[in-house]
Design a protein around this ligand. Sequence first.
Ligand code: SF4
Length: 419
Amino acid sequence: MLVYIHVPFCRTRCRYCAFHSIPLGRGVEAAGSPVVRDYVDTLLLELAHWGDRFGGSEVQSVFFGGGTPSLLPPRIVGIVLERLARYFRLAPKAEITLEANPESLRGRDSVPRYLSAGVNRLSIGIQSLDETMLRTLGRPHKAQDSLHVAFAAREAGCANISVDLMWGLPGQSVRQWLQTLKDVARMEPNHISAYGLTLEPGTPLELDCEEGRLTLPPERDQNIMFMEGAAFLEERGYLHYEISNFARMGFQCRHNMGYWEGADYLGLGPSATSTMLGRRWTNPASQQAWHARTRQGSLDQEAEKLTPRLRVLELIMLRLRTARGLRLKAYRELTGRDFLRDHQRLIQALHENGLIRIRHGYLRLTRSGMLVSNSILANLFERTENALKQPLPPGTSPLPASLTAEDGPEVQAVVWPSA
Ligand code: SF4
């Protein structure tokens, strides 16, 4: 089982962010803030509650995400981990990640103290090494802070460092993005997450773009950023193991791999989602409501049962994000149906356009396919929903030889066959 701990506090609010977070303001110490103290008390209460329900389960990974978890002092992170180990069995080599923003780790000894508290993986929110881009995004740190933190983490003995980056930013050129990757590769992180910017409705950045004060790079440039960026990182020894994630051998994020492979996860903190034993629930986003429901012990009172339909759609969506892809047998195990037969015409079109590969019983997106993954998934979902309404066909169709060929033509555009 995986444990996710949502820490909802940030120094300030980034201009592109639509996550649930509470800005503490510059200069406010988290340790002295009443809202943070109330959060920690409620978190420990929530841990005790789930400890009673699921106690003794083995925990493979713990992920402090946010928000800005590195605003929590190391001492508090240590207490949370110690409590967690009291109720659950922490696996001997459990991955324990702390998301950290560069400005919150400026203090000389903060990284060693987090490591002493039990953290063994740092995920640093660099986003960009270009000062203009950082200002556009409204990030509260400077490029220099990122370089300093990466160096300090390495010096402190952190053996598993990940960095988060963003591409497709307003005013960003392909050359600038590739330069960012070169600079980051020199820092030698073990893992790199590179997300294309999504303009979230209602955010200041979206408004700026909507009203013409900022302009996103043309779509063609964004495609080149993804394709050339991924190729560059692979040349530098990073496996492209998920649409937006790259890792040195053995450093794939075990927590996220768990999500993509359908492991149970317990989410603690406001707005955190849990999926345990076939049920799913989400904590209230407001700290007050989360606090009240935790005290009542009623956090999962509105839990939904995962229906077979939802399980199949999630199987397709999550597995196709990964380089390994969807195990065709897993679809059959869940539905009793043949995936290739259910989606024959679409699969044929995707294959002919170089967007998927089928090999050794797995169907995966090629890099060109990853670029249009949203569109492919939407088409697969629609067809899967329709297929599940049909009676099971007798027998299964053999794989056409053309679908299992090792290589296929690379074509930029695909014409979706009608459903
Ligand atoms: S640090 Fe992360 S969670 Fe906080 S405001 Fe910025 S993007 Fe949002």
